[in-house]
Design a protein around this ligand. Structure first.
Ligand code: FMN
Length: 381
């Protein structure tokens, strides 16, 4: 099958993933919170951003190589951290890490992924970023940081937009628990997805948050949230200050929307701000992320690295983010759809889709540098 003909867009990969994943896993991946206004708001705001093409520029070839936090990546986008990624498809984290190395792009491992830092350590090369949620003791945090460093991760992402769990109704209705409940409904759903079951059997790991194995007693793991909730800490400025003192690599704070928060985060010595609303999974009544990006850029000045995520569904969205002030873009769900749809081949195909879409749209504009794209923006009403 030529995927470029059968599945030319991320929407096609999403539909293919839906057919291969049990409903509880797909709903966990796909849902937003509440009425999902956050998801819609991100999409609408991205769609509202247009560009003015310029003609007779000769043959233009977009330059995709991007430097971020003193490292040069071959692509302007990377893989965002996804909790329970290995639930979407067995071994997803390993496949994503391998692809990140092959394409020299960042791979972020969530602290609540199925794979532990040690599970993926052999595959991350120089591309490893690790995502951290606050935990309830400084000693535990320091232990975790040592472990992450020893596994070869050089960049730490501190996620600050999950002060508490959000109520994702679709996910709840889908009866999601980890490990999956052995009730009739779940078993029936799993039985309807034999390839998914087989992949998990081959992997030989019950999907759970393996990083926490050493920190959380096995009892109390019944519910989806427990492993992380049992050691959850308080996300405050003191926590950030301590984390900065303890982590000597690059530190990125993820989930910032207010310009004044961005300024304060920087004053704490953080290296990079990741502008995101968790793609509408936490709070649906906030602003569209892309609308906050230029405001944060204005507040922090031209030299602070800014990462954008939330709602990227085309290469064009990556261009929109660069035009509005981003230095780099991260992609979440799309990589999980890709791996669930076609495994490692799906990841390759997604990278191809995003690259080809950027190349093609940059040529239509007559632009070569992502950093120049603000000059092509249409005025917004
Ligand atoms: C299923 C799922 C799980 C996620 N888990 C985490 C996580 O563990 N840590 C984190 O910082 N962000 C997490 N995120 C947020 C992503 O890192 C990222 O911000 C978001 O997915 C980007 O938007 P996109 O999915 O529209 O590309 C998760 C997102 C999804 C969809």
């Amino acid at each position: 099958m030529d995927l470029d003909l059968s599945h030319p867009s991320i929407g096609d990969l999403r539909r293919a993933a839906r057919k291969r994943m049990p409903k509880f896993a797909f709903e966990y991946l796909d849902s937003g919170t509440g009425r999902e206004l956050g998801l819609k708001g991100n999409r609408d705001a991205l769609d509202a951003i247009g560009f003015m093409p310029s003609v007779l520029r000769g043959r233009t070839v977009a330059k995709l190589q991007t430097t971020l936090l003193s490292r040069t990546y071959d692509l302007p986008f990377g893989i965002a951290p996804i909790g329970m990624s290995g639930l979407m498809w067995a071994g997803a984290e390993r496949m994503l890490a391998k692809a990140a190395v092959a394409h020299n792009m960042p791979f972020s491992l969530s602290s609540v992924a199925v794979a532990s830092p040690e599970d993926v350590a052999p595959y991350i090369g120089n591309t490893g970023w690790f995502q951290h949620y606050p935990v309830n003791s400084g000693e535990l945090r320091r232990k975790m940081l040592r472990r992450i460093k020893a596994a070869g991760f050089h960049t730490l992402i501190f996620t600050v937009d999950v002060p508490e769990e959000s109520r994702r109704e679709r996910q709840r209705r889908a009866n999601l628990t980890v490990p999956p409940k052995a009730d009739l409904r779940t078993l029936t759903e799993m039985a309807s997805r034999p390839a998914w079951c087989l992949a998990h059997l081959r992997e030989g790991i019950m999907p759970r948050m393996r990083f926490f194995d050493d920190y959380v007693p096995t009892r109390g793991r019944e519910s989806f949230t427990h492993a992380a909730a049992l050691i959850r800490g308080i996300p405050d400025w003191t926590y950030l200050r301590e984390l900065r003192q303890e982590w000597d690599g690059s530190l990125v704070v993820k989930g910032v929307l207010r310009p004044e928060d961005a300024q304060r985060v920087l004053a704490e010595g953080v290296d990079c701000i990741w502008v995101s609303n968790h793609s509408g999974r936490q709070f649906e009544a906030g602003p569209a992320v892309i609308d906050q990006l230029p405001k944060i850029r204005d507040a922090v000045g031209p030299d602070v690295p800014l990462i954008y995520d939330s709602g990227v569904a085309w290469g064009l969205d990556i261009m929109r983010a660069f035009a509005k002030g981003a230095d780099f873009v991260m992609v979440g769900r799309a990589f999980q759809y890709a791996v669930a749809a076609f495994g490692a081949r799906g990841i390759e195909h997604l990278i191809h889709i995003l690259k080809a879409d950027i190349q093609s749209n940059m040529s239509q504009l007559g632009a070569e540098k992502l950093d120049d794209l603000s000059n092509y923006l249409l005025p917004q009403v």
